[in-house]
Structures are given as structure tokens and as C-alpha cells.
Design a protein around this ligand. Sequence first.
Ligand code: ADP
Ligand code: MG
Length: 308
Amino acid sequence: MKKQTLLVALGGNALIRKGQVGTVEEQFENLMVPVRQLARLSRDYNMIITHGNGPQVGNLLLQQELSRDIPKLPLEILVAQTQGQVGYMIESSLDSELMALGIIHQKPIVSLITYVVVNPDDPAFLNPSKPIGPIYSKEEAALLPFPTRETKKGYRRVVASPKPLTIIEKREISKLIHMGFIVICCGGGGIPVIREGRSFCGVDAVIDKDLASALLAEEVGVDLFVMATDVEGAMIHFGTPRQELLHRLTPAEAEQYLNEGHFPPGSMQPKVEAALQFVRKTSKRAFITSTSSIEVSVKENTGTLFVP
Ligand code: ADP
Ligand code: MG
């Protein structure tokens, strides 16, 4: 029987947990939690792994602020850097784990720099809303050459978060999967590019990694789409005494909870939207689950399961 293809989108906590400073040792250690499960799952599934990059890009931006003599790099380059950085960390950890399980020979791994096309007329460009990078005082923020916004932590740079339209490397990713590769790609939601004639041009924006992952899952024909994060799944009345984990959602139910405002933008809302979009377009299943429960969710349908 043909193997099913699994896409796992790793959230920020796969590398840095709340309260940690995020040393490289911490990041490698945290990664072992999903990587051990992914290594075992790779026996039964073809696998695509995507990942976030928020804290990693944040640190690169901070480093740029601190070294005034070195020319600053645009966001698209920083996203590419983190695809290399995090891709390497996942790839090398997974490689060791596959070796330990004795399955390395059948399972080559590749990390792929990934571009994602966005529309230059996306309304998100008129209203940059995604906070990134360092925290500034009000006075510092007023002098910066880019838009900022007051957040809970202080003033931060905001960039547009446009909708992903297509993954440029989708054919290459499909081919690699069919050749038996585990593919790590679409890191940080991908490098946002706009089409200019027959070529592409990077833009200062960030694409939500869950929405990009859902699109990739659809475009390469994934059978099961899993978003791994630091909670057991999507909850209603989150953070209140009435909080309740949702176990199984149809598109109509997911839409209703979205409309009722149970899922905030920038965290749970894009995950539920990504699951909803994938399930509607493909009639396949999607999950939101915790990073420590990826394997059990895939096998036993725990977490929040989205069904067509
Ligand atoms: P990731 O890096 O995995 O994408 P996010 O921080 O973007 O993680 O989203 C996960 C977070 O969403 C959880 O840590 C939780 O605090 C928050 N959250 C907000 N609303 C909800 C909700 N309704 N159900 C579950 N988690 C929620
Ligand atoms: Mg997120």
C-alpha cells in the first residue's frame, strides 16, 4: 500500500519554551521532543516538516540593531537565514535519531529554502500588524525608519502578514517526497516574494507559518496535516474557568467558533483557519495538538481533530 504523507508544522515551543532565554543547547534539547516522535512516525509515513522562526528572526534583528557598522539586511534575507539555521538543527537532530533507530539508509533528509508568493495588492500591506523583533521605548520608536505599534511588552516594529498564494518549490517538494526524502521546508512561513514578470522579488513581510503550511499541504497533496504547539489543542473560553478543549470539529463548527471570537489573531486563529482551509479544500483530516503528543495524536486522534 502507498504510504500516506504527513505534514507537521512545528510551533515556536519546539525550539524555545516560555521562560527560556533560548541558548543553542536549550533549542537542541527541546527539539528532541518532536524529533523522537517524527523519527518513529517516518517509518510509516512520508514526511514534510515546517517550522516557525519568530524568536530566531527576533534575535537576528536585535543583533543588527547592536552592530551599527555592518550593513543591515532586509527581512527576506533574515527569514532565509533562519530557514538555514532551524533547518540544520532539525535535520541534524532527526538524522541522529534515525541513525539511533537504524533507519537512516531508507530516509534521506533535505532542508529546502522556500519562497512563497504573495499579492502586492494584499490589503495586509496597507495595515502592517504583525509585531517582530526588539522592544523599543516610545521615544526610540518615533525615530525608527519603519512603522511600529504599542504592544503589551512595549513598542515593536510591525510588518504586513499577507496571505500566501502559492509555494514556489511545491513540485520539487512533491518529487522529493515521492523519492523517499523527509523534507524540511517553508520555515517561518517561507520567504515572501512577489512576481515581477518572470522573476521574483523578496518583500518586507512575514507569512503566517500555519497558513503557509496548510497551503503547502494542499498543493503537494498531503494526507494528514498536524500543527504542533504548546497547548493540547484549540479551546473555547480559553484562559477562563469555562475553558474546554475541542476534540472534533466539522468546518461549520470551526467557523462558528471562529466567528464567536474564541481564537485570537496571531496565535490560535491562524491555526484554526489553516486547518479549516485544508480540510475544506482536500476533505482530509487536520490536527492541532501539543508538541509532546504528535505521535499519539496521529495514531489515536487526540488533540483537536478537524474532519471534513
Ligand atoms: P506556535 O508557535 O505554536 O504557532 P502560538 O503562540 O502562535 O504558538 O499559538 C499557541 C498559543 O495560542 C498557546 O500557547 C495559547 O496560549 C494561545 N491560545 C490563544 N487562544 C487559544 C485557544 N482558544 N485555545 C488554545 N490556545 C489558545
Ligand atoms: Mg503561531
